[in-house]
Design a protein around this ligand. Sequence first.
Ligand code: UD1
Ligand code: CA
Length: 483
Amino acid sequence: MASSDFAVVILAAGKGVRLRSALPKVLHSAGGRSLIEHVVRACRPLKPRSMIAIVGHEAEKVTAALEPLNVRTVLQQPQRGTGHALMVARRSLGSTKFALVVPGDAPLVRSETLAALLRTHRQGNAAATILSAEVPNPAGYGRILRRQDGTVAAIVEDSALTDDQRAINEINSSIYVLTLAKIWPCLGKLRPDNKHRELYLTDAIALLREQNEIVLAQIAPDADEVLGCNTRADLAEADLVFRRRKRAALMESGVTIQMPETVLVDPDVIIGEDTILEPGVQLLGRTRIGERCTIRTGSILSDTALADDVLVKPYSVLAEGQLGPGTQVGPFAHFRPGVKLLKGARVGNFVEVKKSVLGEGVKAMHLTYLGDARIGSGTNIGAGTITCNYDGVHKSPTIIGKRVFIGSDTALVAPVRVGDGAYVAAGSVITENVPADGLAVARGRQVNKPGWAHARRKELAAEKKKSSRRKTSRAKRGSKNSA
Ligand code: UD1
Ligand code: CA
């Protein structure tokens, strides 16, 4: 197979000083994934013979992030520059013919662009092929110096530019395909005669030219792809691009997104046709949404699965739940992990639910807390019902049967069961099981005292009159004394 003659080398040993962060640069996130994971995912479809990451700063953390992605690491200690980074990979690369070098902080590059770069390199018989880009603001990047024949003469770092060169807007992305047999001798000749006293990989380009080797530069189809995330502002920009790409893909697949620039969707989220996302919605983690759902404004769903025809009303916050077909929640519903709503169940405003199953057609419409509860189909939970699932030490379950009617303002002190078809009177504090088809009333009995309020008002009026008379006579005495 033609592709097995190259390895991917990801440069990820640097600290990322410009981010001012305790976290190493490549572990910062944009578009819902770490920078380095984006890079790995862009390279993997090319089927390289191996993927190696050069790690150094906070090497353990970076290695731990790379392990599940099946990327080997090589330690660069100390970090003496991008040229030095490639040198430390030499032994691991063995006799591999080509290396695709990608910096760990360039998350936006696409697989197709990398594949095209490899093709150009092979077809052009080049020693090095650089992915470049034409950008309106090249400041900070190395610039590509071309020769008359269009091949590359050198890369000049931003800090070393002459005034004439500063206007060049073709930049180095730091993504290269290198013919390794030709690059190793040049790396040996690198000198740290630059601002940072480092061995720059970019300097190897001019050295290849001195050997009369061919160096090509291919312009990326989309300048966004080469954005290097050196600062927090760069991260924000990369995040915007990823979010835009994800929304565009969703719209392409039949999802309506209103005011798309306000909607944030993580990369692994899946959404069915004819679902509508209103402004300000966030869909996070592994959220899965069926067809014909509506997620209304301000709702935040993480790791939540929605079947078809689900309506999430405004400002609902749902985590790690499963909502069956035709269910409705919100506005202002709060699901903590472990909630399952079966077909047609409805949860209304200011209802918090945790680790509970609500059967088909269950309704809990107002101001309720349901935790560790199992509720049978067709049951109605009255406003203000609370499952008292925590005694300060243990969590206990509340089991409610089918077609039960729980009156408003009921406290269900768990563990407790309410049988099928039972009624619980409003305002009850239920501490004992309720038998099927029975009625439980658990509150003080009402006492009516006819005329009591009228008599009380009369009494109060009389008291008021008496005290105001006392005040006037005292005031009269006072004015005599002072005269
Ligand atoms: C580099 C290029 C510049 C290019 C830009 C594109 C050099 C000298 N400059 O600059 O021409 O326009 O990328 O984004 O190469 N790294 C190591 N070991 C080291 C130093 C760096 O692994 O000793 C890694 C970093 O972790 C990073 C990558 O190499 O992922 C690039 O390093 P960085 O410091 O970001 O280079 P730039 O200044 O952006
Ligand atoms: Ca960089």
